[in-house]
Design a protein around this ligand. Structure first.
Ligand code: HEM
Length: 282
């Protein structure tokens, strides 16, 4: 049993038509296994986090009680994208596991919402947010090496507290970005195969082989997003992550949580420099 389904084109060529749908179950089980193994590891084996001393003590008097984390625009983007993602996953995969309904229309509408929200996000993050905050930096790699040494039972210098996003979040963002772009680019092309309000249907835009590869990439990235979504929701509801999840609703986190996990010199709080200047009488 292969991971692709094949057919013979009118020209007699053997072409892939889409992924084999048992991969839905593989992705679902992979996500569930990840969360079970992770939960057991954290509960019984993980060592306590130990951070190096940072600048927290010197900045804490000038910090507000609530630390702004996500602007209203960023939160609206997140929840619109999340809603589109769930609609896409359910409309794509429920019919494949036996729940039949007219899914294609809901699917391309949600796909269009996802596409527009991601275009907004790219512009917003590039010009209005701290673009580099979500990409791994030298400190992240250095700390990852130390964490691996500690995992192997070797001694290692204490880690720096996190910048705005820990390395895991940055890596997750990278993988979701790649899968998201793959479903969007292929999905927009696939809209030419169905009737939409945007452009006339044109199933002859690409050769059968190119269409087949496109459906395969769409499906592979799509099932990957099943696993990634399970992992994301799992972390969002873990007790120690709830303050972070809440900040995606209310926009801020407590000063105590910020100082416990984050290094103020790596994640400089918006407006803090102005506040300090005022306090210093400048
Ligand atoms: C979470 C994201 C997505 C997932 C999991 C997903 C999954 C799928 C799956 C499994 C199919 C069936 C393909 C087949 O029969 O081989 C499909 C079809 C389709 N997808 Fe997506 N998709 C996603 C995002 C998108 C996006 C962003 C768009 C548009 C911008 C889109 C547009 C389409 C279209 C038009 C079809 C119908 C193709 C046809 O029936 O010929 N999808 N999608």
């Amino acid at each position: 049993m292969g991971i692709l389904e094949w057919a013979t084109s009118p020209l007699g060529q053997r072409v892939p038509i889409h992924i084999a749908w048992f991969l839905i179950w593989v992705a679902l089980i992979a996500g569930l296994v990840f969360l079970i193994v992770h939960a057991i590891y954290v509960r019984y084996f993980a060592k306590h986090k130990e951070f190096a001393v940072d600048a927290a003590a010197s900045v804490s008097p000038s910090l507000p009680a609530r630390i702004p984390r996500h602007s209203l625009a960023a939160r609206l983007f997140h929840w619109i994208m999340a809603a589109a993602m769930f609609v896409l996953l359910f409309t794509a995969f429920l019919p494949k596991v036996g729940v039949q309904f007219n899914w294609v229309t809901y699917h391309w509408i949600a796909g269009s919402v996802l596409t527009v929200s991601i275009l907004f996000h790219i512009i917003h993050a590039t010009f209005y947010l701290d673009f580099w905050s979500i990409w791994p930096d030298r400190s992240d790699l250095d700390d990852a090496r130390k964490r691996f040494q500690r995992f192997l039972g070797k001694s290692a210098a204490p880690l720096r507290k996190f910048a705005k996003y820990p390395l895991e979040n940055k890596l997750y963002h990278g993988v979701v970005m790649l899968s998201g772009l793959a479903v969007i680019v292929t999905g927009v092309c696939m809209m030419f195969r169905v009737r939409t309000v945007f452009f006339p249907r044109n199933p002859y835009l690409f050769s059968d082989m190119t269409w087949g590869m496109m459906y395969v990439l769409h499906g592979l990235a799509g099932v990957g997003l099943i696993t990634l979504t399970i992992i994301h929701v799992y972390f969002a509801v873990r007790p120690e992550k709830l303050p972070i999840t809440a900040s995606m609703i209310v926009g801020s986190m407590s000063r105590e949580f910020y100082l416990k996990e984050h290094d103020p010199s790596r994640w400089v709080v918006e407006g803090l420099s102005d506040r300090r200047r005022v306090a210093d009488g400048d």
